[in-house]
Design a protein around this ligand. Structure first.
Ligand SMILES: [Zn+2]
Length: 259
């Protein structure tokens, strides 16, 4: 059974640390900064055997070189994107990955939208989704399209609702604020906002989330709900047909008027 915990980095990143006790090997996901990873590994006597990378942004990859130096032979696995230096293995849709130190295998999903080559790693009811889906929100669209991000989110929505979702940023309270603009009368959203605000008051992470909670509260996964469609249409000023059109209006609304 793998154990997961967040290593906070920068202002609001989480670098996920995966271990499988009683083994002392460890895997991290998206180390944008090596320092907090090295500190955690040293404090706990762990040996880093592999790194998973979801996409090329600096706050997810800038620790790779230092970690590779500290752990010779380190496996560094990421997408087929030449903007990422230092990968030892480039993977794509449907690839199965075994990692030294962890039993079982991860399945790779290509989830374009935040970036064109963004991937996610799925294993035993856990999805490491980088900046594709956030708790109560989703990533911005950079070198990709709104349609692609909508499609990737719709695909995530098909997973077992019990799936735990490990995103890479603590953006939950801000995202819940925008979700409240979209669905002010959603009781699940109000309840979640209370729970997650209490967690943050005690400096606890709100991640991982799970798909059941996201399906009930994340407007970007609720683009088929009449209340969400109506709110998106009010912003767009015209009728919207289909998930992708509703998604695009919501994303543009948040980008231009919320943050
Ligand atoms: Zn990013």
């Amino acid at each position: 059974m793998i154990e997961t915990r967040p290593i906070p980095a920068f202002d609001d990143n989480y670098i996920w640390l995966l271990t499988e006790p009683p083994g002392r090997n460890a895997v991290v996901v998206d180390p944008g900064n090596a320092d907090p990873v090295l500190e955690t590994l040293a404090a706990e006597g762990l040996q880093l055997t592999a790194v998973l990378v979801t996409h090329h942004h600096a706050d997810h990859v800038d620790g790779l070189g230092e970690l590779a130096q500290a752990f010779p032979g380190l496996a560094i696995i990421g997408p087929r994107d030449l903007r990422i230096q230092g990968l030892t293995q480039r993977v794509g849709e449907g690839d199965l990955i075994s990692l030294a130190g962890l039993t079982g295998r991860f399945t790779v999903w290509e989830v374009p939208g935040h970036t064109a080559t963004h991937i996610a790693f799925l294993r035993d009811g856990c999805l490491f989704c980088g900046d594709t889906l956030f708790a109560a929100g989703c990533g911005r669209v950079f070198d990709s399209t709104f349609d692609q991000l909508s499609g990737s989110l719709q695909r995530i929505a098909t997973l077992d609702p019990a799936t735990n979702l490990f995103c890479a940023h603590e953006y939950t309270l801000a995202n819940l604020g925008f979700a409240g603009w979209v669905e002010p009368d959603n009781p699940a959203l109000r309840s979640r906002a209370r729970t997650d605000a209490a967690r943050r008051t005690h400096n606890l992470p709100t991640i991982p989330s799970d798909l059941t909670l996201e399906l009930a509260t994340n407007p970007f996964l609720r683009t088929g709900e009449p209340s969400v469609i109506a709110a998106a249409e009010r912003f767009a000023g015209h009728e919207l047909q289909g998930h992708a059109a509703v998604f695009k209006a919501l994303r543009q609304w948040k980008d231009t008027e919320y943050d």
